[in-house]
Ligand binder design. Structure first.
Ligand code: GAL
Length: 422
């Protein structure tokens, strides 16, 4: 009788373990659905599957670059108390929305036990962006570079052009390209974060990184000759984009380079992943360099993942964070994605020449974070800012003074000391 009871108990335990492993899921949200980025996330999910074959992976990709659609879905789930195990979030202000409401779990112990707190592993600025009030909350899987210009080499060769080193040189090239029958700058701003990326790079080129940081932290307002100059350049650039820009996504804009219709686009280095996935070879079919005038500055875009409070099967989330923070996962992911590891302790061997150059640059450049990709400014400001730039875009006759007034009203409303405190 006794042995029967023991057998029954063992049976129940094994049964329960079976149920546990069947029920163990890893649910992840991301917005990587375009060429390059989709394959990149698939590669790391595959690594995860190899390491944890019993865990059911539920990937929830929500299309829309910069998370324009996914972020709304996530906010609803989190505020409804039904978070996934993890989700893609830009480190910095986009993440602070959740940490300031105590909706993410601190993972400082993980950072320490994995040795990630060393600045020879992750640069200090990246560590800060993944932290809030002295605790770490997310793990970066990559570093994107926002201030990149991509160009079709065949068009450049045909027109005898080389990428200039100054921003004025870049602007001077636009009418030349247009006269030859090509779209000078491909733009796909069905999501208006890409318009903001154009302004980010323009302001960086004109004002430099210190000015950029001061402007976006409300220390300098738009009634400044540097901002006025950047607005002027921005308006000029917009005269040289494809007329169907509002109906295209960022990757469709990249497609205009591949099809030979457009000569250039200003886009983060996820474009590099797109071009490679489209069958182009870096430095053969296309080039990618820092936007002229921004050499020596790295405009950071940091995709990271975290563990929400109440995450189902949290150990699966911890295992994911451990994996994406590892050198091997960062290498695998970024070689496909076109971005680079957030870790600076990995070799650039095996990376394409554009990514390899960025890996060198990350170690020595001045680092600033991206407005259009959730890191540099409070999200309320980012939204109003992107809408303001869209208003300027659609009203080409707006005077510089009117643009300045519009920007100042947003700065005054959204970049208040209370909003900037975190
Ligand atoms: C950015 C993101 C990149 C890339 C891009 C387009 O916001 O940080 O990793 O995915 O959107 O989807």
């Amino acid at each position: 009788m006794k042995s029967f009871k023991v057998l029954l108990l063992v049976g129940l335990i094994i049964g329960a373990m079976g149920i546990m492993s069947i029920a163990s899921t890893f649910s992840i949200y991301d917005w990587w659905t375009a060429g390059g980025e989709a394959q990149a996330i698939a590669s790391v999910l595959n690594m995860y599957h190899q390491a944890y074959p019993d865990v059911t992976i539920v990937q929830n990709p929500v299309a829309g670059g910069a998370g324009v659609n996914m972020q709304a879905v996530i906010k609803s789930l989190i505020f409804a108390g039904v978070p996934p195990t993890t989700f893609q979030v830009h480190a910095g202000w986009e993440m602070y929305q959740y940490t300031s409401a105590n909706l993410l779990q601190p993972i400082t112990n993980l950072w320490q036990s994995e040795g990630w707190t060393s600045t020879s592993v992750f640069p200090e600025r990246i560590q800060q962006l993944c932290s809030y009030k002295g605790q770490y909350y997310s793990v970066p899987i990559d570093v994107g570079r926002a201030n990149m210009v991509w160009y079709n080499k065949a068009i450049f060769d045909k027109l005898g052009l080389t990428m200039p080193t100054t921003f004025q040189g870049f602007i001077d090239m636009l009418p030349v390209i247009k006269a030859a029958g090509y779209t000078p700058i491909a733009l796909g701003d069905s999501g208006n974060w890409t318009t903001a990326m154009l302004f980010d790079s323009t302001l960086l080129a004109v004002g430099g990184p210190k000015f950029f940081d001061q402007f976006f932290s409300g220390q300098i307002d738009a009634s400044n000759p540097v901002v006025e100059k950047a607005i002027g350049y921005f308006k000029t650039e917009l005269q040289y984009v494809n007329s169907n820009h509002a109906s295209l996504t960022w990757d469709q804009a990249c497609g205009l380079l591949v099809s030979g219709q457009a000569a250039m686009n200003i886009m983060g280095d996820w474009a590099n992943g797109y071009f490679k996935a489209a069958g182009w070879t870096p430095d053969v079919n296309y080039g990618g360099v820092a936007v002229p005038g921004t050499e020596g500055v790295y405009n950071l875009v940091i995709d990271s993942f975290e563990l929400p409070v109440g995450a189902p099967d949290p150990q699966n989330g911890i295992n994911w964070l451990k994996l994406i923070g590892s050198a091997q996962a960062q290498i695998t992911f970024n070689q496909i994605k076109g971005s680079i590891p957030a870790r600076i302790d990995v070799s650039s061997a095996g990376f394409d020449p554009i990514s390899a150059a960025n890996m060198t640059a990350l170690k020595k450049d001045v680092l600033v974070s991206s407005v259009a990709n959730g890191s540099e400014v409070p999200i309320a400001f980012e939204t109003d800012w992107e809408n303001a730039l869209t208003v300027i875009e659609y009203h080409p006759n707006m005077s510089i003074q009117a643009c300045v007034n519009l920007m100042n009203s947003i700065i005054k409303q959204d970049l208040t000391p209370e909003n900037l405190a975190h």
